[in-house]
Design a protein around this ligand. Structure first.
Ligand code: PNS
Length: 156
């Protein structure tokens, strides 16, 4: 079974890593897909995000990291994904993600969305808040892994 975990990952946080680490156990191959079409303005380039995620998961033979443009459902079709994985942190995520899952199901009926509930201690972490804390010179070491911290420190 091929799982597709799409997102902006700008930057990847410990919350994303938690979902990846758990999702990889329920599929034979997990494709972590970095969308280039998000509405939010990008902090890291798509190449930086891809290279960072690749370096974090370099020892995993069953995790592939790819960037894509366009609809997630079209990309799911292209890679022959069996399901789309999404993490749910809170009720606000649920509202948005369930709407997206329903629309994606209309666009591509054969691919189900599977939601993984965020681990409690990671529920509050979001890329947006990590970026805000980073730009205001706060300590983000509790929210991202060592490789992400290193890259962001080098960019300052
Ligand atoms: O990490 P994010 O920003 O929550 O990821 C959102 C993402 C990229 C998965 C979502 O915006 C997406 O699927 N974008 C691709 C365009 C698309 O398929 N839009 C239709 C959604 S119903």
């Amino acid at each position: 079974m091929i799982g597709l975990y799409p997102g902006s990952f700008d930057p990847i946080t410990l919350g994303h890593e938690d979902i990846i680490n758990r999702a990889v156990k329920i599929c034979n191959k997990l494709v972590v897909a970095v969308s280039q079409d998000n509405q939010k303005s990008a902090f890291l380039s798509s190449e930086q995000r891809i290279n960072l995620i690749k370096s974090i998961y370099k020892n995993y033979t069953n995790i592939e990291v790819i960037s894509y443009q366009g609809l997630t459902t079209e990309f799911a079709k292209k890679i022959d994904a069996d399901f789309i994985i999404k993490g749910l942190r809170n009720p606000s995520d649920f509202v948005v993600e369930s709407q997206m899952a329903q629309l994606n199901k209309v666009l591509l009926d054969e691919v189900e969305t599977i939601f993984l509930d965020s681990s409690d201690q990671l529920r509050s972490i979001s890329s947006s808040f990590v970026k805000q804390i980073y730009h205001l010179d706060g300590d983000i070491s509790q929210f991202v892994s060592a490789k992400t911290l290193k890259l962001l420190s080098e960019l300052k």
